[in-house]
Design a protein around this ligand. Structure first.
Ligand code: SIN
Length: 305
């Protein structure tokens, strides 16, 4: 019998499969499709201090082997998440969840982190300093080592001893340098990658397809880039990594882990096939046996040696 358990800074998971923020709502929506308790855990929709309507439409564009989104952090705000979304989730999910937070100032990150860290349903805080779809927030904190470190320190100070993972952008020259700055500032782990900045043009309208002109590109096409960045960050830090970006199969999950991920998030593939995480979890033991992997933890970073 193979062992699929993994550990994220003390947060024990039955398996490494985690639906990514923004592709799984607040969870209960998917509980109508299958028992979501089979998941390692999931990361809920990026939550800000105040409710946000998001960017104007169109905010989705299809691409070969991927998609662009410019959602713009649409969410009901942290107080409503605590008052309504988490209680609804509790009825169908008995595990702890990853709280994904975003903001436009250090104080906003602190406010969201403090409120969510106080919830017993929250097992880990994922700090999104990488959203490419908003101005003066999100990614602007994650493209510079000193501002990523500043947010890390501020969130850690109010995190109620819960693990704090910084979610990083691929839209930088040296992702390892930013990951290292977060580690030095006290981060418990790193999540990467968020989406890559991209755009499309509508030839009939002679205008960008997205109302916001640019958006974040995700899906199968980004997998090699994500894998490369997980590899580079693994070489630069000693804290755990949650790998993501274009993961759509059991083999992709294992590749991410060989590159250095302790757990793996699945994003765009969830939107194409809402059962993808269930299918991967069910297939994982057989694929491990075929590849002669007894314990998943043995393969974390194993391709480096
Ligand atoms: C969004 O809401 O714009 C997507 C979240 C993100 O890219 O971080």
């Amino acid at each position: 019998m193979v062992n699929t358990h993994v550990n994220l800074s003390g947060f024990e998971l039955d398996n490494p499969v985690i639906p990514a923020s923004g592709t799984f709502g607040y969870g209960y929506e998917f509980a109508e499709l299958y028992d979501i308790n089979i998941l390692g855990t999931f990361s809920f929709k990026g939550t800000t201090r105040d409710p946000r309507f998001g960017n104007p439409t169109p905010r989705i564009a299809e691409c070969a082997s991927g998609m662009l989104n410019s959602v713009g952090l649409q969410n009901p705000g942290v107080d409503q998440v605590i008052a309504e979304e988490l209680p609804r989730l509790k009825k169908c999910f008995r595990k702890k969840v990853i709280a994904n937070i975003s903001g436009f100032s250090r104080d906003e990150y602190v406010c969201c982190a403090e409120k969510l860290a106080a919830q017993e349903q929250v097992g880990l805080i994922e700090v999104n300093v990488s959203c490419p779809n908003v101005h003066n927030g999100g990614m602007s904190f994650g493209t510079c080592p000193s501002s990523a470190a500043e947010i890390t320190r501020a969130v850690k100070a109010v995190a109620n001893h819960k693990p704090v993972y910084l979610k990083l952008t691929p839209n930088v020259t040296n992702v390892a340098e930013i990951a290292k700055a977060c580690e030095d500032a006290g981060a418990d782990g790193i999540s990467l990658i968020n989406t890559m900045l991209g755009m499309r043009i509508d030839l009939r309208k002679r205008k960008p397809v997205l109302a916001n002109t640019m958006g974040g590109f995700s899906g199968k096409a980004v997998f090699p880039v994500a894998l490369r960045m997980v590899w580079q960050v693994y070489e630069a830090v000693r804290i755990p990594i949650i790998g993501m970006g274009g993961v759509s199969s059991t083999e992709d999950v294992l590749e991410m882990m060989f590159a250095g991920a302790s757990a793996v998030q699945i994003g765009a593939a969830n939107l194409q096939n809402p059962f993808i995480c269930k299918e991967i979890i069910e297939e994982l033991p057989a694929v491990m046996e075929r590849l002669n992997i007894q314990n998943l933890t043995d393969i974390i970073g194993a391709a480096h040696s």
